[in-house]
Design a binder for this molecule. Sequence first.
Ligand SMILES: Cc1ncc(COP(=O)(O)O)c(C=O)c1O
Length: 399
Amino acid sequence: MTIEEFNSKYLVNREGTNSQKWDTIKDRRFKVGGLIPMWVADMEFRAPDEVIEALNKRVNHGVFGYTVLWDSYFEAFFNWQKKRYNIDLKEEWINFSTGLVTALYWLVNAYTNKGDSVVILTPVYYPFHNAVKDNERNLIKCELKNDNGVFSIDFEKLEDDIVKNNVKLMIFCNPHNPAGRVWTDEEIDKTFDICKRHNVYIVSDEIHQDINLGYRPFISALSIKNKDKYMDRLVVLTSPSKTFNLACLLNSHIVIPDEKMREKYNKFVNTVNRTELSLLGMVAAEAAYRYGEDWVDGLLKTIRRNYEYIRDELKAKVPEIITSPLEGTYLPFIDLRKVVNPDRVKEFIQDDCKIAIDFGEWFSDNCKGFIRVNVATDFKYIEEFVNKVSSQLKNKNYK
Ligand SMILES: Cc1ncc(COP(=O)(O)O)c(C=O)c1O
């Protein structure tokens, strides 16, 4: 699908629809009105027509009682994973949760005890930090290396951090939010090898798997060359919720290939989760996986166009700003430190430019002065973002 087709068919106005992204800015998160919402990872695009048709059909049936899993769900989900990423899944590996953040909280409990150390690669999605801290585990933040905006894993530091703190679990993010990296087979293998040698469990959050801008292939923890080596310690999280913007239909997957790992998981989860599946979430997911390829094609072209516009225009207009290469996710990370004093980022972007973004320090203490911007939106906001940022920097000195 072309960018024009995708946008004319699927772009929607979400204001006044109880959208967290649009309708909580004034009263809750940012406490001021009139900001362009380019923050939380949520898009302005309607789900594929086939998803809405499938939901309508089920809704029109009118019964929403207890429901069991059905075979064609797995067929659609497994085909998507096989065709796009060469991942072979088995039904007994699949567990469900109402969201990946909920899953992270469960997994921290299932595989570690209070006081144990859990490592994350910062800057990273802030609920990773919270899932560890809220559960009274010891949070180890291993900072990624940042070479002029290109993030990479500091393997020596990672091993050192794991050994020194007797780490029990690593939460890995691929594609990495907000560093924008799609990790290579070699990078994943090296990271997991360190975990294996020091007996560390691995949770790989792959929620952004489909949001790959095409600069390098996405490789899952379940499809790296040495995958068999790590199955005894691996949990992979996937969901159609980022790809198709279905987060509030509350359906995501916790993939656990190893039987002993599943036993450990069940031992904990059976004490906290007795809910049924999300019926409508599964109906939507099946249709999305079965019919959503063309829609995703239009989405990815749109995201890539929007990201490249920001990257190229900012480089031309304010060359001191560093936009990290965005390989995956729709959330480029932008380093303003050369033009804005890190203590004045809020004044610059929120008070003066009137744009709501995610602040760098939400992801890492070291990233004050960065902003994370959501580009899965109307191109007019992308243009406004560039215009406001570049003209405001000319109007006022923020150093
Ligand atoms: C890496 C990552 N994991 C999980 C989530 C949220 O998942 P859920 O809505 O299923 O809790 C996000 C949302 O942006 C994310 O970026």
